[in-house]
Design a protein around this ligand. Sequence first.
Ligand SMILES: *[C@@H]1O[C@H](CO)[C@@H](O)[C@H](O)[C@H]1NC(C)=O
Ligand SMILES: *[C@@H]1O[C@H](CO)[C@@H](O)[C@H](O)[C@H]1NC(C)=O
Ligand SMILES: *[C@@H]1O[C@H](CO)[C@@H](O)[C@H](O)[C@H]1NC(C)=O
Length: 376
Amino acid sequence: MAGFRDYYICGFVILAFSTGCAMSSASSKTVKGAYWPSWAVNFPPSAIDTTLFTHIYYAFLAPNSATFKFDVSDSSTARSLLNFTSTLHSKNPPVKTLFSVGGAGEGHALFSRMAATAASRKSFIDSSIEVARKFGFDGVDLDWEFPQTPKEMDDYGYLLEEWRAEVEKEAKATGRPPLLLSAAVYFSIDFFLSNVRRSYPVGPVSKNLDWINVMCYDYHGSWDTSKTGAHAALFDPSSNISTSYGLGSWIKAGFPRSKLIMGLPLYGRTWKLKDPNSNGIGAPGVGVGPGNGEMAYSHVERFNVENNATVVFDLTTVSTYSYSGTSWIGYDDVRSTSVKITYAQLLRLRGYFFWAVNSDYNWKISKQASKLWVRR
Ligand SMILES: *[C@@H]1O[C@H](CO)[C@@H](O)[C@H](O)[C@H]1NC(C)=O
Ligand SMILES: *[C@@H]1O[C@H](CO)[C@@H](O)[C@H](O)[C@H]1NC(C)=O
Ligand SMILES: *[C@@H]1O[C@H](CO)[C@@H](O)[C@H](O)[C@H]1NC(C)=O
């Protein structure tokens, strides 16, 4: 890792030079995305500052587990979907809207069954297009976490292939722009930490999706309380569990940079320290910290002030952590996010996205990210 500090310091220099001149002639426009959790009752779509984003994802919808069709006859879901798209399309400026299917809470069993046969894939695909059009969405995002076996990875590929074909067919038939198709994916193209080795099918994924949202976070958390960790580390000198490795794995496999979107967390993960005086990254932990292991960035800022926490920017991992007594929080703030945004541009990625739009603190991070993104 010896060179990486030079690398990103050099990045700032390049960035400074590139402002105001054409750094690239990217044919595809920048994506500044964010997921909106539909359960965020105190944060309606109208609260989103659309000057900072290009695409907002409605999280989440799940198809029926028997028919694999979306059942949106329930009037509160229908109202919520319509409110989302009509609010965000009529804002100044408007943003594009996608609904995201699944999510971590959904698990993988339903997707596994849905993708296993051509007939069930077709039910799902047709219903997704119908719902997107009916409620005025610009696209659909697949958040299958995660295909479990090589066979499910093949099915994932067939699903994308057939989905794209139907989307194109529908666009031709109706004369409308085709729906956008995206997916939230694992930080690395292969599941190298799992006993069941498997990789995303790079051909079908790159050919059939407009882009992928790479989930560059959750590397450490409440599932391992024995030591603290930077849950969205850009670099990790001692393992491959890092954003630089993950994005690199996609690029190395031939996935186009113009379809890669870097994930950024607007939340921290927390630990209870064994010893308040041993408080770095990798310090011994004895359990989860405040917020039962997870804390929105806005709450982290408040926690730090209220508890007079010590805040440390860690150059090695490019992350931030804070501690007070035995409470320890690993997260990203404006500074660590800024370095990541620079890094993403050096890699010539298409853009970035946040999980989740309701967790920023006075739009501090979202504003800085949007401002620093000089490529168009
Ligand atoms: C969306 O819902 C909010 C209430 O949460 C309401 O004030 C607003 O008028 C609705 N907007 C649209 C376009 O339906
Ligand atoms: C990281 O991955 C590379 C291959 O991509 C491998 O050669 C290397 O041993 C891995 N490093 C660690 C620490 O696992
Ligand atoms: C806050 O912490 C600093 C050390 O980090 C200490 O010097 C200061 O006295 C503390 N202030 C309060 C109000 O506890």
